[in-house]
Write a protein that binds this ligand. Structure first.
Ligand code: PEP
Length: 257
């Protein structure tokens, strides 16, 4: 069975001091809540990674980096590699978020290299895929996502992907307040699962956690998380406030567990 995950992506929105306060609140909430196997993850900036990872150690949650370099070591000013991330105590890493694809040149082949680096050091990758509005309007959403999957996962053997999570995030729904309908999301999640089944096998497809991301909030989470192929959420805006994020964890526990 696929892991059930509620993950928050803080992007570049939280100052380190505020981040540590917020992580303490969330960690305390998780400690005092019966999570029934639902995993809670927060992706702060690199600056807060080590401190937040220390805070959540032994608590019922974990932290993720928002990105990692496709390189190992070397003259790559401003970059942070997978070993460095792993040394902070972070357990996961987001790879190929649409903002990285859009603003920082993360092509599918760069994303493939980043996945290799993450898996080399034992970080659990959350691979983000999703189509733009233009691609959806042009009925290209399935071909776009399939190409993202095939090129990102090129060269990987099935046993290397046991700890892979995928986040389906339609670009037109990220930070826009517009959400895919539960039916649209379910159709794409099922498409991703079936595609993984064809690329590998049914057991990898069933066991891969596929999260939905794109303006998830406490009002729409129930319907989204209730879909058969949705194993949780990758949440931006609504992860920035304790009230909305804890409500989403609570919805996740009641619907996903
Ligand atoms: C995201 O950052 O991955 C995201 C889905 O953001 P939001 O929830 O704000 O749309």
């Amino acid at each position: 069975m696929a892991r059930k995950i509620i993950a928050g992506n803080w992007k570049m929105n939280v100052h380190p001091a505020a981040g540590v306060d917020l992580i303490k609140e969330i960690a305390t909430y998780c400690e005092n809540t019966e999570l029934k196997g639902v995993e809670v993850v927060i992706a702060p900036s690199f600056l807060e990674l080590a401190e937040t990872a220390q805070w959540v150690a032994d608590k019922k949650m974990s932290v993720a980096a928002q990105n990692c370099s496709e390189h190992n070591l070397g003259a790559f000013t401003g970059e942070v590699n997978a070993d460095m991330i792993q040394s902070t105590g972070a357990e996961l890493v987001l790879i190929g978020h649409s903002e990285r694809r859009q603003f920082f040149g993360d092509t599918n082949s760069v994303i493939n290299q980043k996945l290799k680096q993450a898996l080399r050091v034992g970080l659990f990758p959350i691979l983000c895929v999703g189509e733009t509005l233009e691609q959806r309007q042009g009925n290209q959403h399935e071909t776009t996502v399939l190409q993202q999957l095939e090129e990102a996962l090129a060269g990987f053997e099935m046993h290397e992907l046991e700890n892979l999570t995928i986040a389906y995030e339609p670009v037109w729904a990220i930070g826009t307040g517009e959400t895919a309908s539960p039916e649209q999301a379910q159709t794409m999640h099922n498409f991703i699962r079936v595609s993984l089944g064809k690329m590998y096998n049914a057991s990898l497809a069933d066991e891969t956690s596929i999260l939905y991301g794109g303006s998830v909030n406490p009002k729409n989470a129930n319907d989204l998380f209730g879909q058969e192929d949705i194993d949780g959420g990758l949440i931006g805006g609504a992860s920035l406030k304790f009230e909305s994020f804890s409500e989403l964890i609570s919805i996740g526990v009641s619907v996903l567990a």
